[in-house]
Write a protein that binds this ligand. Structure first.
Ligand code: ASP
Length: 490
């Protein structure tokens, strides 16, 4: 531990006890196997060892009036926690929340979004076994959480984020998931490295920590959470009619987390896609989250997710379900219309690895009115630096050709910010972002091209983004949708 800075000025940590196994004991101590129930804070504190090493730390305590098993917690309790921390924010240097493990990752995600301009650590912890037991992880977790929160006294780097400290890791709150109901290491951060590791030493990776707010950026807790979100998982054989009932008939549901397969895939049969279309048209939000613990939703990569993309389903990228669910509640509480998609696809608290900006250029003709050329522009949300663009994906859906025999190869070239492009513009022109070929089968095809970071950065410009689509001379085409997705490192 680093030398203590100032003997007179104690580091102040506020501990908020909400319940959970850490503070539980058998309902009836005399009965073997009696179920565990939360006990008051004073009972828990009886089992805390001496905090001699932390004698420069002054601890203030707060507690829920009735501590709860975290299975009973919901948005109103997140608001209560946020209010209690907000009330003490100026008086303390760091915060510890003692919490049950079952919904801890939901709480840590929700608070991450609710806390705006957070400049102090908010450390959530709990345990797999009650602190009153001989074999408990409660003491270690609690003390390690205090060490992280009391960074001024312990000499650790300041982590101005909501984090979970559990077993041997410090995990970003909006990246955490509960992965085991019994192992000491109950939590994981599947798509992001831990912010720190805990062993003989506590080591914090300062390169991963989010920047503290600058001077003048006031901390505040945003408590507008819209509890109008449902979490629905797809399973093979599910009936679209059930989904329709849930999504359209329930009047108090505005958004759904759709837990899809793999990289964001879902069935592409029509009765399912019709439901999705109807839901999106009713201005209800659908966010695509994978059932896989790890990896990114990439709609459009497979035919089996293109239908979702085209109908306006929002990508959850590599967010945990806990982060996506709470972010959606928080977003619906404050944003409307198209802002919801932008807000959901852009990192707010480091909860996802990439930001995604979707641009939809619309359609071009139809089989009876095929065109030689398509030109359109969109004004992108510029919440990214061009040098952080990691890739772009351009996608054409429902493409058909006029002027080609079945079996002949059609060529489509797409130019970015070159409105003068026509069928004679070469495909190796620096502004040609996609050179697509398709053997014309007589029925519509979907075409996709990924543009690497170098090309994306050099073509994008700093204003509107124009896309010009052309084919070979004498060949006309039509398409149902032209989409450009810009991915930037978060
Ligand atoms: N059921 C408990 C809770 O979440 C489990 C735990 O804390 O480990 O409150």
């Amino acid at each position: 531990m680093a030398k203590k800075a100032n003997k007179d000025k104690k580091t102040k940590v506020y501990v908020l006890y909400t319940g959970g196994t850490i503070g539980m004991a058998p309902q009836d101590e005399a009965v073997r196997g009696s179920p565990l129930v939360p006990k008051p804070l004073k009972d828990l504190l009886k089992y805390m060892p001496s905090l001699e090493d932390l004698d420069d730390v002054e601890i203030g305590y707060g507690s829920f009036d009735a501590p709860l098993d975290s299975s009973n917690l919901g948005p109103e309790d997140w608001i209560k926690m946020a209010e209690m921390i907000e009330a003490e924010y100026d008086q303390y240097d760091g915060f510890v929340i003692l919490h049950g493990t079952d919904t801890m990752a939901y709480t840590s995600s929700a608070l991450s979004f609710m806390f705006e301009n957070l400049g102090k650590p908010v450390v959530v912890t709990g345990s797999q076994l009650p602190i009153s037991g001989t074999r408990t992880d409660g003491t270690t977790n609690f003390i390690n959480a205090l060490y992280v929160a009391a960074y001024k006294a312990t000499g650790l780097p300041r982590i101005p984020e909501v984090v979970i400290v559990f077993a041997d890791r410090i995990i970003r709150g909006s990246r955490a998931s509960k992965v085991s109901s019994s192992a000491w290491t109950g939590f994981d951060s599947p798509d992001f490295p831990p912010l720190g590791t805990i062993g003989e030493h506590i080591q914090v990776d300062t390169t991963l920590i989010r920047n503290a707010p600058s001077e003048g950026q006031q901390f505040q807790a945003n408590k507008d959470l819209a509890n109008r979100v449902l979490d629905v998982g797809l399973v093979p054989g599910f009936r679209p009619s059930h989904l329709k009932h849930i999504l359209l008939d329930l009047k108090d549901v505005d958004a759904v987390l759709l837990r899809t397969y793999g990289a964001g895939n879902a069935p592409n049969y029509s009765d399912f896609l019709e439901v999705i279309e109807e839901v999106c048209q009713k201005k209800k939000t659908i966010v695509n989250i994978s059932q896989c613990k790890e990896g990114m939703v990439e709609m459009g990569l497979y035919e089996a997710s293109s239908g979702l993309l085209e109908r306006g389903v929002i990508s959850g990228l590599d967010m945990t379900p806990e982060a996506a669910y709470t972010k959606l509640m928080w977003t619906l509480g404050t944003k409307i219309g198209e802002q919801i998609q932008t807000q959901m696809q852009v990192s707010q608290r480091g909860e996802q690895s990439e930001n995604l900006f979707d641009l939809r250029y619309g359609d071009c003709g139809g089989s009876s009115e095929a065109a030689e050329r398509f030109d359109g522009f969109r004004t992108p949300d510029r919440r990214f630096e061009v040098n952080r663009l990691s890739r772009a994906v351009v996608r054409l859906s429902g493409v058909g050709f006029d002027g080609l025999d079945v079996g002949q190869t059609g060529h489509i070239r797409i130019y970015m910010n070159l409105p003068s492009a026509d069928s004679s513009t070469p495909f190796d022109h620096p502004k040609c972002i996609a050179n697509l070929t398709e053997v014309w089968s007589g029925s519509k095809a979907n075409l996709l091209c990924t543009i690497d970071d170098t090309k994306a950065r050099s073509s994008i410009g700093d204003g509107d983004i124009t896309l010009t689509v052309v084919s070979d001379e004498g060949v006309k085409f039509w398409f149902k949708g032209l989409f450009l997705a810009l991915f930037a490192h978060a």
